[in-house]
Design a binder for this molecule. Structure first.
Ligand code: ZN
Length: 149
């Protein structure tokens, strides 16, 4: 367990400091802003949907290391997936951060599985989920900002 916790801290520090897929996305078909007032996280997610699958996702904004790391890993993990697959992935991810790891998580979630570390810090669940809420709102075509509150 401590190994996973170390990996979690490593990923959060690395992706929080040097987020991947950071910046505007040219030719984005969908976008939505996510706000987490409790922590002050504010993230805009851009998505390019083509032939029913997500070709690319990027994000910008500011927030704590966990919210940025989660957005950074998420934008890589959802590439090539359909909105239905992204919903299923989020369900599993959300269960992981709220209830803790379950069998099969590592195969299903890949790098996202390190966020099981969030499970020990309930106040961080919203930070870790923010980019997901924004992405799903973007894909659902809701133009209004989403808030975790
Ligand atoms: Zn946060």
């Amino acid at each position: 367990m401590s190994e996973l916790t170390d990996l979690y801290q490593e990923v959060v520090l690395d992706h929080g400091k040097r987020p991947r897929n950071f910046g505007p996305l040219e030719g984005a078909t969908h976008r939505a802003e996510g706000l987490n007032p409790l922590c002050g996280d504010r993230i805009t997610v851009f998505a390019k949907l083509e032939d029913g699958a997500l070709r690319e996702a990027r994000f910008e904004g500011s927030g704590c290391a966990i919210s940025k790391a989660s957005a950074s890993v998420m934008t890589g993990a959802v590439k090539g997936k359909t909105p239905a697959e992204i919903d299923a992935l989020f369900d599993r991810f959300h269960r992981l951060v709220t209830e803790g790891p379950a069998p099969g998580d590592e195969e299903a979630l890949g790098k996202l599985a390190v966020f099981s570390g969030v499970h020990d810090y309930p106040t961080r669940v919203k930070c870790a989920s923010l980019a997901w809420h924004a992405l799903r709102a973007a894909l659902a075509g809701q133009g209004v900002p989403v808030s975790t509150e």
